[in-house]
Design a protein around this ligand. Structure first.
Ligand code: NAD
Length: 263
């Protein structure tokens, strides 16, 4: 079975082999997809290039979403190389880690704006450029977290940005649906990554979800990859505007199970 045979796409957000984007890249490449990657800065580029090569990709381009020229250069390169693309993975998020602890109320205007631009609005800007290369339809996905709808200590401005990102998914799904372009998000449970480590008390949050999620464990980047494969393949051809949880079921829980509270 080769669910992604003949499909080409761009993976944005690999920092290393712990990145969620890397789990997604492996899953879709394993089903025959042809991939291009971006990296943020030369230090990460040195890590991303060999990873990309291991999946048979030699299209590895620098891109910082704060710099629109670098964004445009990526899509110009893809247009020249492939002409069209079939999917885009946006696994990008950033906020000043000094504000990912304590109260949300102390968020500064500068960090609020920067967090929103990188973690939310970049998806809208990238979607527009990707859609221009999708004359036959396609699939766009982004990564979100349940701190968007319920308060998670220390997640602060990232929760606000993820709420806006999830709303963007719905608006973009409506905008691009008539062109056969689907837009969805995966809401992943906590995973130990570079970005995840920037959140205050990350280890506590990780262990709490492990203890209280219905499956009594956290999720792997390969499990997120499996869900992304579904969303980017034709298996999900009728699905758009969806926020799909891959979190061991943590989002359905109200009160922790009494067994888990006994010491
Ligand atoms: P990661 O650190 O491996 O990936 C984050 C990526 O964002 C990095 O590749 C980094 O280079 C990129 N990035 C940051 N600022 C950028 C910029 N200005 N331009 C271009 N790229 C930029 O961490 P991850 O956990 O794999 O994060 C991927 C996505 O998954 C993020 O949106 C994150 O919020 C989301 N997510 C993570 C978790 C988790 O627990 N790790 C849970 C749910 C959602």
């Amino acid at each position: 079975m080769s669910l992604m045979q003949g499909k080409r796409g761009l993976i944005m957000g690999v920092a290393n082999d712990h990145s969620i984007a890397w789990g997604i890249a492996r899953a879709v490449a394993g089903q025959g997809a042809e991939l291009a990657f971006t990296y943020q800065g030369e230090a990460l580029g040195r890590r991303v290039k060999p990873l990309a090569e291991s999946l048979g990709s030699n299209t590895v381009l620098p891109c910082d979403v704060e710099d629109l020229e670098s964004v445009d250069a990526v899509f110009a390169a893809l247009k020249e190389k492939w002409g069209t693309i079939d999917f885009l993975v946006h696994a990008i998020g950033f906020s000043d880690k000094n504000e990912l602890k304590g109260s949300y109320a102390n968020t500064t205007r500068a960090n609020f704006t920067r967090t929103m631009v990188i973690s939310c609005f970049s998806f809208t800007e990238l979607a527009k450029r990707a859609a221009a290369l999708m004359p036959n339809g396609g699939s766009l996905i982004t990564l979100t977290y349940g701190g968007s709808t319920r308060v998670m200590p220390n997640y602060n401005v990232m929760g606000v940005a993820k709420a806006a990102l999830e709303a963007s998914v719905r608006y973009l799904a409506a905008d691009y649906g008539p062109q056969g372009i689907r837009v969805n998000a995966i809401s992943a449970g906590p995973i130990r990554t570079l970005a995840g480590a920037g959140i205050g008390d990350a280890r506590l949050m990780f262990n709490y979800q492990k203890q209280h999620a219905p499956l009594r464990r956290t999720v792997s980047i390969d499990e997120v990859g499996g869900a992304a494969l579904y969303l980017m393949s034709d298996l999900s051809s009728g699905v758009t505007g969806e926020i799909h949880f891959v979190d061991s079921g943590y989002n359905i829980i109200s009160m922790p199970h009494p067994d888990a509270l006994k010491v």
